[in-house]
Design a protein around this ligand. Structure first.
Ligand SMILES: [Zn+2]
Length: 58
């Protein structure tokens, strides 16, 4: 049985999830969480970039 590297649980199947440009193999629970965190990180990054771009134009 494959083991999730995130929580250490044995699962029937590992899910591939891309986080921060890396592909991880996690159980479904951890994959969902990792996906969410990756989205949040991307969003906050674009917000920071938008703020910097806004400041740079002034
Ligand atoms: Zn897991």
């Amino acid at each position: 049985m494959p083991v999730c590297k995130e929580c250490g649980d044995e699962v029937d199947e590992l899910v591939r999830v891309k986080v921060g440009g890396r592909t991880l193999k996690l159980c479904e629970d951890c994959a969902d969480r990792a996906r969410e965190q990756d989205e949040i990180a991307e969003q906050s990054e674009s917000v920071v970039q938008g703020m910097m771009g806004f400041k740079g134009r002034r």
